[in-house]
Structures are given as structure tokens and as C-alpha cells.
Design a protein around this ligand. Sequence first.
Ligand code: AMP
Length: 462
Amino acid sequence: MSSSPYNYSEKYSLPEYNYKSHPKASYEKNSFSIASLHFCKKAIIWIFSLKPRSLSRSTFGVAFGYFFYIFKFICLMYFIFSKLGFLGSSNKNKAATSNIGPNRESPEYKNIVQKIFTTSAIPQDSYLTGEINPPRNMSRVFAHVNEKMPREYWDWENTTLQFSDNSKYIVDEEVGRGKFSNVYKCKSPEYDFPLVMKVFKPERTKRIRREILILKNLKGGPNIIPLIDVIKDQEEGNPTLVFPYIDNNHWKKEYPTFDIHQIKKLIFELLKALQYCHSKGIMHRDVKPHNVCIDKNTREVWLIDWGLADFYHVGVKNNVRVASRYYKAPEQLVNYQLYDYSLDMWSLGVVLAGLIFRKEFFFKGDSDEDQLVKIMSVLGTDDLRDYIKDYEINLSLDIKKIIEDYEFEKLDWSIFINEENKRLATKEAVDLVDHLLRYDHQTRLTAEEAMAHPFFDEVRNL
Ligand code: AMP
């Protein structure tokens, strides 16, 4: 287990996977269905009502009747037990479902440890905490959080919007613009600190419900911008969210000035926010420098803009058209919809790579297809092909062609180290990047695992 002091996790204590509960789930249902149950019930009644003597009154007929009766009974029992998984091989997930936490002795465990730590110079079991051998379409951590919560926790489509009185707010200058909203500085006599109003553009009520529910669920979490109020703006009556104002510099100006200590602090604080939201069953899905506010005075870090965030449900397909292109994960670019929290870990890896190698955008594609090519040119094509095969991903013709046509070797990270960035691209920093920027999302470090990485030894207990 990790030495991380952050104890937000549910500690993977689920003895079995509960596939049933989400109504939108498109995963394969257990074949031992209600219909099979009915069939078994009927079959049992029939067998027990069958009288061996009724077949024939001769000795041979009675003996055959008994034999047939016992044979059918054995077949039926075999069918029932095999479906219930008591006969081993018929239940593929049995090994995974019957353990609490990873079985460190299993070949699967050893295999994945080997996969994750191939290039690591760091002791292996210091930071592996997630489920080690989950089914391919399932998150390694926090897979069942929302299943265990009441429906109101995640069912954002059926929430009702409630608005507070807006007359107490005095609107000031515009401080930012998003795709779906404008952000204005404001104040209120009720609060002795400045605020911002995020005023949504019209026709966005569906998204807003999700953002509000997520912000309410996450309120009070570390480094998560707290939602203060929900109102209607005074001019057009558009839904508006109120947050504390964070006086920050633009990241393009600030990041190039960071030393290694500041990089560690920033990434560690973001990991706290991600570990918290993942533990609450929520993926941010738009991690990028633009959505991080660092307070100029206090140096507090805030993860903002939860407009693309969503709830994670096992087996439920997600929209791949989220996040900003340069931070999009490979699974999005190859249209793998059963992604999970590890999507955020990719984006964070891209932010970290940009910081330590002093590149404004580490992967800068001109289009989604080109973004994939940029990633391939660093991580190589072979591992991507393996990933697609392992996860049985159906590719569009365009993507298929790209992956077939291009041939890249996996680059050694040292290629990116130069005179200018060598103080930042330390062995530990590069190792962490290497463990986040992986095609196979199940082998990326989770937020909790990343927090226990030696890169953060210096800042973990500050
Ligand atoms: P958003 O749509 O939430 O990404 O907000 C758009 C822009 O408004 C952000 O990129 C920030 O520049 C700015 N912004 C949002 N929230 C805040 C805040 N709490 N304090 C200061 N600026 C903010």
C-alpha cells in the first residue's frame, strides 16, 4: 500500500463487481440472467415431478427411467454451478471478483507490475495501490463509487435547478472567457473576499446541471474551487455560478519561471484535487494549465472549470469529444469510450512534461488525428498497436490508416533534455512523466500512486 498521507480512497474494499446497477450501462450482462433462473426453476419442477415408472413398467424401462432421472439431475446441477462460478473456468472474472485488493502472488499481478515498472529506477511496490487485474473495461480504482451512492448523487439529468437571490451581488469587470460562459469579478456584502460570477451562455442548462451537482458533491475537497452560490444573472437571467475570485497570473507567463520545487508543489496540489474527485466517482476531463488558478499572494492552487467533468460508471460509454486537444489522451483519440479517471492522469502527465521539458505544449497537434501522430512520434507505434489489440478497440478508417501508415520508434525521454531544462528534468521527474504518459490507461499511475512517487518526497509533508 502507498505511503501517501492522503486518505480519501475507499481502499478497494469491494469483494465483487456489481455490474447491475446503472440503468445506462451498455456492458455485457452476466449470462446467468432472470430468464435462465426461470428456466432452472421450471426444469427442477419437471425433474422432481417425473416418475421413473411412468416411462415403462418393464424392469429395463424402470432402470432406464431412474438412470435418465439421475443423469438429468447431474446435468442440471452442473449447469447451475458452472453459471454461478463454482466450477472455476466458467466465470472469467472470478479471480478478480473474489479478492479484496490485488493478489500479489498472481501471475496477472506480476505481469502488470512488470509492465508498469519496466523503465523505473524506483522500488516497485512502494506505490501500487489500485486493483491490479480488473476487467479491461473497468477503472483500476474507485470503480464502484457511484453505484454505492444514492441516485441523487449522480443523476444530474433529473436534478432541478434552484437559484438564490441575485440582488446582493455587484458585478465588476470581466476576468475570463470560456467556451460556454463569461466570467466577471463581483462582490457581495455577505462575503469579505472578492468573488467571480460564471455566467452561462443561453441553452446550456443540461451541462449546467451536471457542473452544479459535481461542484456540490466536491465542495470542501482539497484545491477544488468551491461553489458559493447559484443565481440568475441580473441582465439576461442566465444561470450563473459564484466562486471566490482567485487573483492569478496567466500560466504562460508564470510556468516558464518555475523551479523544480514549484513544479513539484503545483503537481502535488493538483494530484490532491484529482485523488479527491476520483475518490468521489468524478473525472475532471479538462485538466490543463488554463484550468488551474494559482493565487498570486497565497500560492494556493485551485482546479477550476468542472464544466466537462462527469461521473464514472463501470461499462457506461463516455463522450470522447471532451478536453482540449493538446491534453487529450490516446483513448479519446482512438475513440475508446469506456475510459475512466486515468484520462485525467494523462492530461496531468502532459502538463508535467511541458513543465519539466520547458515546452509550452508538449504534444501540439493541428487536429485530433495530428494530435495522435504527435503522441505516436514520442511513444512509438508498436505500443499503440498493442493497446488497440489488447482492448479490442474498433478504429475508424482514418485512424486505422494513420496507425498503419506511420512507423515511429519509442523515444527515450533523455532526447528532450537540454541545457535549458536539465535542472528540471531530473531522474525522478522523467520517471513520473514516463509512468503517466502510457497508452494503456490501466498501467498509468493513479493519483494516489503518483502522490507516493519519490518525485514528491520533498513536498509531501509541507
Ligand atoms: P471557466 O469557464 O470556468 O474555465 O472560466 C474561464 C476563465 O475565467 C478561466 O480560464 C479563468 O481565466 C477565469 N476564471 C474562472 N474562474 C475564476 C476564479 N475563480 N478566479 C479568477 N479567475 C477565474
